[in-house]
Design a protein. Structure first.
Length: 138
């Protein structure tokens, strides 16, 4: 403050060219208002920096949440696809078993009928032989 109030010593070059400058005197209220403005500016700057930091953190948190959400959705989708795959495989297996059972039943019934037919044929051939032998014997 004392530096501001001391007059500037005249120089020879200055005296020749222009009027001597006088010491600038500031009153205390003006200096205080300058200090207050500077402090206010600094506080505003800090507040803006804090807001920017909060926004960055919020953005980062949102990105992390989105990543986590997408990951869970991807896992859920994968799990559902796996469940569908196993369910369809089970259905195919059941159809195969039913088809095999039906074909086995058809085979067994055809075997039974074939056996019946064979036994009928064998009895009829035996009966035919018996009747031919009777007729020959007559």
């Amino acid at each position: 403050m004392a530096d501001i109030l001391t007059p500037i010593p005249p120089s020879r070059a200055r005296t020749n060219r222009r009027i001597k400058p006088r010491a600038i005197v500031f009153d205390e209220s003006y200096l205080q208002s300058l200090k207050d403005e500077a402090e206010e500016k600094e506080n505003e700057k800090r507040r803006q920096q804090a807001l920017k930091k909060l926004k960055r953190e919020e953005k980062k948190r949102k990105v992390e949440e989105d990543k986590a959400r997408k990951e869970t959705e991807r896992k859920e989708k994968k799990r559902k696809a796996e469940e569908d795959k196993t369910r369809k495989e089970m259905e195919r297996e059941e159809k195969r078993k039913k088809r095999n059972e039906k074909s086995a039943m058809k085979k067994s019934s055809s075997v039974v009928t074939a056996t019946r037919n064979e036994s009928d044929e064998s009895t009829s051939s035996v009966q035919a032989e018996a009747s031919t032998s009777r007729s020959e014997g007559d």
